[in-house]
Write a protein that binds this ligand. Structure first.
Ligand SMILES: Nc1ncnc2c1ncn2[C@@H]1O[C@H](COP(=O)(O)OP(=O)(O)OP(=O)(O)O)[C@@H](O)[C@H]1O
Ligand SMILES: CC(C)(CO)[C@@H](O)C(=O)NCCC(=O)O
Length: 316
């Protein structure tokens, strides 16, 4: 075979091989830690945390430590003093693949590192244009596509945090109203570790009429990036499952954008969810999200029931 064809920048581990990496880095969890994680997601088993998430947390710890050392040496060389610079982890992947759940688990594990770092979570949902603007531009059915985000604003926030600005405020998106919440902000204060989660975090700069509009991409601010992956039939199943749960919960909220779907039958819910998936999220996955996968430092591949069965790590 042509060597170029067989080349991959990743080293691949199956579940057992990855779990075995733990033996060199013993890690324990207290009952309190387990309960805290269970509160985030009752279906996440302790075995999954121990086999997959703890080795990953350890790997990230090593990266964060050496990145901080490098910063310190660079400051010494340049004779500069920069405020605290967060180590930034990006998490990408399809709608409904489980990015936000994964990010929350990771946040809990990272805050247990020996130095108890302050971890903040930032989701790119807050940088979607408000529905009013999406409607004006006629792109309401393109929510989640690159043109639906104010990326310049996100880049500004990330550059502030990376240049040592202690505190920033970011807009908040509500999955209940399906819109940006007016007059509400999330304050991000001097994190040691920042997790940035969103379908678009590995996308390259926008190109318009052959000209590059934004020179930087979001991932330029990342110290480590992870793509959460799965077969699209599984992701679709998780999307439908979530929709069925929402029709009995959040959709019943009086401010819900999807109020009209509250309490519909499971069969109707399946049809509605399939319509949205096929028309919007699946197209976005193939056109804009999957093509960014190979930019990640690590790819976590989930099989049935969200269990991770392959981990691909960049070797170069
Ligand atoms: N590790 C897991 N084990 C079991 N269920 C999970 C796991 N991760 C996610 N889920 C479930 O899968 C669905 C999608 O997860 P989540 O909302 O985290 O996805 P997401 O990628 O953040 O989606 P979006 O991009 O729409 O915000 C949810 O119903 C969630 O409870
Ligand atoms: C907000 C996003 C884009 C990403 O989290 C997604 O959850 C979404 O709302 N997509 C648009 C289509 C839909 O309602 O599923």
């Amino acid at each position: 075979m042509d060597q170029r064809e067989s080349f991959t920048p990743y080293i691949s581990h199956n579940r057992n091989e990855w779990a075995a990496l733990r033996s060199s880095t013993p890690m324990t969890m207290t009952e309190k830690d387990v309960q805290e994680l269970k509160g985030l997601n009752e279906v996440l088993s302790l075995e999954e945390v121990e086999d997959i998430y703890l080795p990953l947390s350890r790997l990230l710890y090593l990266h964060a430590r050496s990145t901080r050392e490098l910063y310190e040496m660079r400051n010494e060389f340049l004779k500069t003093k920069v405020g605290k610079v967060p180590f930034v982890i990006g998490i990408a992947g399809s709608v409904a693949v489980g990015k936000s759940t994964f990010a929350r688990v990771l946040k809990t594990l990272i805050s247990r590192w020996p130095d108890n770092p302050k971890v903040e979570l930032l989701t790119t949902d807050g940088f979607l244009y408000p529905n009013r603007e999406l409607e004006e531009r006629g792109i309401m059915d393109k929510k989640g596509f690159p043109e639906s985000y104010n990326i310049a604003k996100l880049l500004h926030v990330l550059s502030e945090l990376k240049s040592g600005v202690g505190e920033v405020s970011v807009p908040v998106y509500s999955h209940i109203t399906y819109d940006i919440v007016p007059d509400e902000n999330q304050r991000i204060m001097s994190p040691d570790i920042l997790i940035v989660e969103g379908i678009n975090v590995l996308q390259p700069p926008k190109v318009s009429e052959g000209k590059r509009m934004d020179q930087l991409s979001v991932s330029d601010f990342f110290d480590f990036s992870i793509y959460v992956d799965a077969d699209d039939n599984n992701i679709f199943e998780w999307y439908v499952q979530r929709f069925k749960i929402l029709k009995e919960t959040a959709f019943r909220h009086e401010d819900s954008y999807f109020k009209k779907f509250a309490g519909i039958s499971d069969l109707e819910a399946f049809e509605v969810a399939k319509g949205i998936w096929d028309r919007i999220n699946k197209v976005n996955l193939y056109e804009n999200i999957l093509p960014t996968r190979s930019r990640a430092d690590l790819i976590l591949y989930k099989g049935n029931n969200h269990l991770v069965n392959r981990i691909m790590m960049r070797k170069i």
